[in-house]
Ligand binder design. Sequence first.
Ligand code: PGA
Length: 247
Amino acid sequence: MTPGVRPLIAGNWKMHGSMAEAEALAGAVRDGAAGLPADLLVCPAFLHVAAVARLLGGGAVAVGAQDCHAAAKGAHTGDVSAPMLRDAGATHVILGHSERRADHGETDAVVRAKAEAAAAAGLVPIVCVGETEAERLAGQAEAVVERQLAGSLPEGFAGVVAYEPVWAIGTGRTPTEADIGAIHAVIRARLAARFGAAGQGMRILYGGSMKPGNAAAILALPNVDGGLVGGASLVAADFLAIAKAAG
Ligand code: PGA
């Protein structure tokens, strides 16, 4: 944790659930959210954002999306813009997740343009970075993360960074605490060098197989200011237990 920074626990629901299941999950998170030592955010699929935002009604649990287009509007069949998400009740948007980078060929430049669009629409961008297993084994993890940060964060960035090693996502494997701490320290140094005091206080989340059982140890590390949680965020009790572990 970073002194003076309130942790953020963000749930990335990915492409899961029916409308009814999304609403039930959001309701269960809301009902357990009182008094937790972290801000809470849930990020449903596009189709469920408006319904979940309506249900949560601007209360303690915020709503975000998992992507947005770089343009505010236009002829982009199948895409959703940042102003549309803001209008639907979202306050945050995850950008550059490794699944978007892999499935949709998103480059650092694309992610950067999306982060600019999100900020212009009043959304808080959560920009994801992280190395593949091959890159880690080749000793390149820090260099990859530094390159992604340099390319993906726009000038004046005022959002959240999430470090998600690709090989830890959905696998049940996590880096050692020393390895998480080392990468988060590198990210902090880069943010501070580029954004000054704002970079010192910027939230840096860890993501990748975060669970109730490992959350307390990870969240206690210096420069770990919360979590981006996939699988465990689909079970309200697990998600809330992770948030509790931030205290
Ligand atoms: P996981 O996913 O918690 O299921 O590993 C994290 C993420 O992809 O954001």
